[in-house]
Each structure stands twice: as C-alpha cells, then as structure tokens.
Ligand binder design. Structure first.
Ligand SMILES: *[C@@H]1O[C@H](CO)[C@@H](O)[C@H](O)[C@H]1NC(C)=O
Ligand SMILES: *[C@@H]1O[C@H](CO)[C@@H](O)[C@H](O)[C@H]1NC(C)=O
Ligand SMILES: *[C@@H]1O[C@H](CO)[C@@H](O)[C@H](O)[C@H]1NC(C)=O
Ligand SMILES: *[C@@H]1O[C@H](CO)[C@@H](O)[C@H](O)[C@H]1NC(C)=O
Ligand SMILES: *[C@@H]1O[C@H](CO)[C@@H](O)[C@H](O)[C@H]1NC(C)=O
Ligand SMILES: *[C@@H]1O[C@H](CO)[C@@H](O)[C@H](O)[C@H]1NC(C)=O
Ligand SMILES: *[C@@H]1O[C@H](CO)[C@@H](O)[C@H](O)[C@H]1NC(C)=O
Ligand SMILES: *[C@@H]1O[C@H](CO)[C@@H](O)[C@H](O)[C@H]1NC(C)=O
Ligand SMILES: *[C@@H]1O[C@H](CO)[C@@H](O)[C@H](O)[C@H]1NC(C)=O
Ligand SMILES: *[C@@H]1O[C@H](CO)[C@@H](O)[C@H](O)[C@H]1NC(C)=O
Ligand SMILES: *[C@@H]1O[C@H](CO)[C@@H](O)[C@H](O)[C@H]1NC(C)=O
Length: 551
C-alpha cells in the first residue's frame, strides 16, 4: 500500500513537472508561407488550359498551424488578375487587415505586387480553408487550413490513426473569368460547371479522367479523420462513402456532439470533420459527392468520385458506389442539419448570447433590373432587404479606419421596407432592387449581442442560401420552413447546444436565426457563399464599433 502510494507520487511528480515543463516549452511558433499566384497549365478532364493557382498547385498548398501560432503568409501576384486571399473562418480578432475580401478589408494585390497576411490563430482548432476573395477566382485558388490543438491537448474524440483532407470543388473546362464576363453581358447566370471534383479530380464517371482520380489507402482496423471542405462555387453537396458510415465530430472548426450518418450535407464555405473505421470487407469503395438542390433551378448535377482502397487490394477490383440522397431530398437535408449540436463541454462551452441587444431581420431576394444592352433587356440581381450591394472602389475598412467620407453610409435597414408574405405565391412583378451609388452598411455597437433572422423569399424563386459571416462564429439558434413567426418561433430556439459555425444554409423557402456577440471591431463582410449570388449583390457588411480604449 505504502509503496504503491510512493510510486504513485513519483509518477505524479514526473507528470506534473515534466509534462508541465514540456508544455511551457511548446511556445507559440511563427509559421511562414510563400504564396505565389501563378497561371499554370493543369490538365484535367479533356482539356489542358492554364488556370490561376497558388505555387502551381491545384488545389493549393495546405496551411498547417497549431492553435496559438502566428502565421505570416506572403502573397505575391504573378498573374494578370488582381488578387486577394480570405482565411475562411479565422476570426481575425481586432485584425481585419488580414481578412482578405477585396474592397472590404483591403485593396487587391495587383500584378507584380506582394501583401503579407499576418495573423494569430487564437482560440480555434480544426479544419478551415483559404480561397481567393475577388471575382470568381476561387474556382481554382483554394486550399485547406489545418489547425492542430495546442501541444499535449487531445481531440475530444478517439484519436485517429491517420487523416486526409478532401476538398470538394467545381470545375469549368474554360477560363472562369471569361464565362462570368459573358454571363454579365447577357444578364444571365454564367454557364454551368462541367464537373465536380475531389481534391481537384473528377473521378472515373467523367470522360478523359485517366489519371484524374484521387485515392486513399486504408488499413483494416484503423480509424481515419477526414477533413472535408466544400470549395464549390455554387453547389451544396452530399458526400458519402460506399459501405462505411461516418461519425461527424466537428463543423467549421468547432467540435460537435458525435453522431453517425450514412451521408453528410455540406454547403459552399462549410467544413466537416468525420471519423471512419476501416472495418468492412477489404475492397475498393467509392467516395462520392453530388449536389443538393430542392428549388426549381437547373444545376450541374454530376457526381464526383474518389476511391477508398484497403491495403493489399489490387486496382482491378471495381469499386461500388455509395447511395447518395436524391438531388432534391429536402427531408434528409433538414434532418441532417438538425442533428448537428455543439459539443458544449466544460473545455469547449457554447457561450450562446441569451439576451439580445439588437434584433435584425433580413430578407433574401432575387430580382431583375433593367439592362438595355442585355439579352432580355433585364439583368438578374439579388438583394438583402431589397438592397443590392454596390462594390466600393476603396477598402471599406480603410474608409472606416481613416474616416474617409462618402465611401459608405451606415443606414442599412434593420428590417425589409414592407413586410409581405415572404414565402407565399411566387412574386414576379416589381422585382427591382434598390441600387444607389455607394454601399449601405449596418453599424453595430461594440460587444452588443445580435440576433439576425435570415428569411428566404419567393421573389422570382425560393432557393437555399449558405450565408457566411466574416470575423465571427455565430450560433444557429433556430431554423424553419415558411415565414419566421416572431411570436411562436423564438420559444423553440436552442440556446443550450446549437451549432456554432461561420457559414449556415438558409433552407429553401425558410428562415434561419443566428446569434453572436459583436466583440470584434472592424468591418465584416456577410454574404451568400454561392458565388453567383454574391456577384449579383447578395451581400452586406457590419461596421462593428471600437470598444473603450481601442485605437
Ligand atoms: C499551356 O498549354 C498551351 C497548350 O498546350 C500552351 O499554348 C500555353 O503556352 C501553355 N501556357 C502556360 C502558361 O504554360
Ligand atoms: C514577399 O515575396 C516577394 C517575392 O518573393 C518578396 O519580394 C518580398 O520581399 C516578400 N515580402 C516579405 C514581407 O517577405
Ligand atoms: C486592380 O486593382 C486596382 C486597385 O484597386 C484597380 O485600380 C484596377 O482597376 C484593378 N484592375 C482590374 C483589372 O480590376
Ligand atoms: C500576435 O501575437 C503576438 C504575440 O502575442 C503579438 O505580438 C501580435 O501583435 C499579435 N498579432 C496580431 C495581429 O494580433
Ligand atoms: C450505417 O448506419 C445505418 C443506419 O444507422 C445502419 O443501418 C447500417 O447498418 C450502418 N452501416 C454500417 C456499415 O455500419
Ligand atoms: C442531370 O441533368 C441533366 C441535364 O439537365 C438531365 O438530363 C439528367 O437527367 C439529370 N440527372 C439527374 C440524376 O438528375
Ligand atoms: C425529386 O426528384 C424526383 C426525380 O426527378 C421526382 O420524381 C420527385 O418528385 C422530386 N421530389 C420532390 C419532393 O420534388
Ligand atoms: C431570357 O433569355 C433566355 C435566353 O434566351 C430565356 O431562356 C429566358 O426565358 C429569358 N428570360 C426572361 C425572363 O425573359
Ligand atoms: C402566404 O402564402 C401562402 C401560400 O400562398 C398561404 O398559404 C398563406 O396563407 C399566406 N399567408 C398569409 C399570412 O397570407
Ligand atoms: C424594392 O425597392 C424598389 C425601389 O424602391 C421598389 O420599386 C420595389 O417595389 C421594392 N421591391 C420590393 C420587393 O420591396
Ligand atoms: C463583453 O460583454 C461580456 C458580457 O457582459 C463581458 O463578459 C465581456 O468582458 C465584455 N467584453 C469586453 C471586451 O468588454
């Protein structure tokens, strides 16, 4: 007994002193990356066309970092396009200068110039990603950000043996910027993508795929962490692996209560970490991604595939396809999103604002503005509270910081001009959105709590919209189909363990309620992460005021 206790004390001493010693040794590091924006020929599908890349890679390099580290990323632009890079989901606390959206927080990096993004990764760990945030260049300029927990801090789920990044993308066989210009001229959506991709490769369901299939090798009995990122421009995607269920453990770099599922749904901008066990009959299995679209809108419905291959199985074995939910499976989408809950443990609490200082209600609408030179004399547009965002010519953050007059106003309305039956019969008349000549933003008091209801409308058509807020995570406290009911719906809000994210899908013909504490001063972009809608003006920004003593 005595001896045991002494032994135990020695072990304890060793543990406290040495583990303590080593964790003080694990100082925050400075990690440096060089991002050269280069136009490179990357052969895919039946074509070999030059695309805009980072360091000639497609997808671009993975940024590996540990929670607490500082990143210095020098972006040097050798391409003919202006460029800026957004670190999607990084909170950039009091550091909007490194956020990246062109003309919101910076002027773009021009050809021949460099800009160093300098930021600390504080209070976040998990999977995020980076992408171009100007025009549609993110079609090919994107990559993963992997934030490891601090040294010695384990994951709150079984330690995986290995991990892989899976970046889901959308591919055009032509120059995307040319396609977008063409669409703009006609006033119509640009031509649909030609393929979906997994790590830049479409897989064997496409012609000319040859070597363009991504494959991972697994060993029987081992556990794998898959870091899945939706980098597609316009498509929400289902993803599944034949024969294997997945356990969701994290979304948007926030741990979740684990749950098992046969397929996941992931919107552009979102990330999802899943665990899989290689415990099935050793063989080859397809992993597949295909869109979800439950509105009457035609989209690229093609399936991208990659291969999960057990060690020792020859390449001649034909893989089987997973059962993906059907293209329009609304019920799967709603059920799946309802399963996501914050972990809300003592180490990773969900600090949901319980009291709301500012109530906002924004309607999401599509519209048609006159355009005499366009094909039909009209141009498709999109709006929040009937306002189409006008891009400024100088960065809004600069204008705010240096108090430049006439760049923007802070009169963005807290609710739509006229309440109407938002999701009732389709509204096709009087769809004009308000233009103007400068951006209209909303001013938010420092450290106030905000509740924002995003309400889809049937202006032209209902559709699902993944909304992304820069500079913050928010809590998704409620969601529903139809019109938000301010009398009944708040009683059903989840204020205990709602998902905490940076991007949320507002359901087709429905609404989503989010809450956040505005404790990060700056100018923060908020927009639909469907590039088509962003380019039509479905965006705005919050000016979060400085706190006392701030500069
Ligand atoms: C890409 O390939 C095309 C045709 O093979 C060639 O004409 C072009 O010069 C190449 N461009 C670059 C940037 O290497
Ligand atoms: C960024 O890279 C460019 C090109 O290599 C170089 O000229 C410049 O000095 C670098 N900037 C910094 C801050 O390291
Ligand atoms: C690139 O950015 C500069 C600075 O904002 C701007 O003057 C120029 O027109 C832009 N070029 C293109 C091709 O958009
Ligand atoms: C990052 O952290 C370092 C060390 O604490 C600090 O000196 C620096 O100002 C921080 N940078 C930003 C952008 O907050
Ligand atoms: C996957 O989950 C479903 C539903 O819970 C279950 O019926 C099925 O047996 C599971 N498949 C595997 C391979 O575990
Ligand atoms: C995909 O779209 C094409 C073209 O619109 C259509 O012919 C085809 O039936 C669709 N496939 C599925 C599975 O919906
Ligand atoms: C979904 O699509 C299928 C096949 O196109 C169709 O038969 C079905 O009616 C659609 N379901 C809904 C709910 O729209
Ligand atoms: C606009 O033109 C396209 C192509 O000609 C056509 O398919 C579409 O129906 C037209 N839309 C309207 C609203 O007139
Ligand atoms: C809104 O429109 C829907 C569908 O047309 C209808 O069922 C509903 O009663 C309308 N609501 C109100 C408040 O008018
Ligand atoms: C939007 O604003 C325009 C211009 O003020 C107006 O004509 C139109 O009726 C409004 N549309 C809606 C749907 O409120
Ligand atoms: C913001 O408000 C919360 C709640 O009142 C408080 O705990 C926190 O210290 C405040 N933060 C700052 C930076 O003032």
């Amino acid at each position: 007994m005595e001896k045991g206790n002494v032994f135990y004390s020695i072990i304890r001493f060793f543990f406290v002193c040495f583990v303590g010693y080593f964790s003080t040794l694990a100082k925050a590091e400075v990690k440096k990356y060089q991002f050269d924006i280069q136009v490179k020929n990357v052969s895919r599908l039946c074509h070999s066309k030059p695309i805009v890349t980072v360091n000639g890679m497609f997808p671009g390099p993975t940024v590996y970092v540990r929670e607490g580290d500082r990143l210095l990323i020098n972006v040097t632009n050798h391409a003919q396009y202006n460029m800026s890079i957004h670190w999607h989901g990084l909170k950039q606390y009091r550091n909007g200068w490194a956020d990246g959206p062109a003309y919101i927080t910076q002027c773009p990096v021009q050809t021949g110039h460099s800009y160093t993004y300098d930021f600390n990764v504080t209070g976040q760990r998990g999977t995020l990603w980076w992408h171009a945030h100007i025009f549609w260049l993110r079609a090919t300029v994107y990559g993963a950000i992997v934030i490891m927990p601090k040294q010695g801090v384990p994951y709150p789920f079984p330690q995986p043996d290995f991990e892989f990044n899976l970046l889901l993308g959308e591919w055009w066989n032509d120059d995307v910027e040319e396609i977008v210009k063409q669409g703009k001229k006609l006033g119509l959506p640009p031509k649909m993508s030609d393929a979906h991709t997994i790590n830049g490769k479409p897989g064997p369901l496409f012609p000319c795929f040859e070597k363009h299939t991504y494959a991972i090798q697994v060993e029987q009995g081992k556990t794998y962490l898959l870091r899945i990122i939706n980098a597609a421009l316009n498509d929400e995607l289902f993803f599944a692996i034949a024969g294997h269920n997945m356990t969701v453990v994290e979304v948007d770099a926030v741990y979740t209560k684990p749950f098992s599922t046969e397929a996941i749904l992931i919107a552009p901008g979102q990330t999802t970490n899943v665990l899989i066990r290689a415990n099935q009959l050793p063989s080859r299995y397809f992993m597949a991604a295909r869109p979800f679209m439950d509105a009457p809108i035609s989209i690229d419905n093609k399936t991208a595939t990659a291969i999960l291959q057990y060690k020792g199985i020859p390449n001649t074995v034909t893989p089987m396809l997973p059962q993906l939910p059907s293209l329009n499976d609304t019920s799967f989408a709603l059920k799946y999103n309802n399963k996501i809950r914050s972990l809300n443990s003592p180490n990773f609490p969900a600090n949901v604002p319980l009291k709301v200082d500012r109530h906002l209600f924004y309607t999401i609408g599509l519209g048609m503005n006159p355009c005499p030179t366009c094909l039909n004399g009209t141009q498709l547009a999109a709006s929040l509270n009937n306002i189409t965002f006008i891009m400024p010519k100088v960065g809004l953050l600069q204008a705010h910081y240096f108090n430049l007059k006439g760049v923007f106003t802070t009169d963005f309305p807290d609710r739509p001009p006229k309440p109407f039956n938002y999701t009732g019969a389709p509204l096709t008349a009087n769809l004009r959105t308000t233009q103007g000549n400068h951006p209209r933003l909303s001013k938010i008091e420092f450290n106030s709590t905000v509740e924002l209801i995003l309400q889809d409308t049937n202006l032209l058509s209902v559709e699902s919209h993944p909304f992304h807020l820069h500079g913050y995570n928010f809590f998704v406290v409620g969601t529903g189909v139809g019109n938000f009911d301010p009398k009944k719906d708040p009683a059903k809000f989840n204020l205990i363990d709602p998902p905490e994210r940076n991007t949320v899908g507002v359901p087709t013909g429905g609404w989503t309620a989010i809450r956040f504490r505005a404790d990060n001063p700056g100018v923060w972009f908020m927009h639909c992460h469907l590039e088509l809608h962003t380019s039509w003006g479905l965006k705005t920004a919050f000016v979060v005021e400085d706190g006392p003593g701030d500069k």
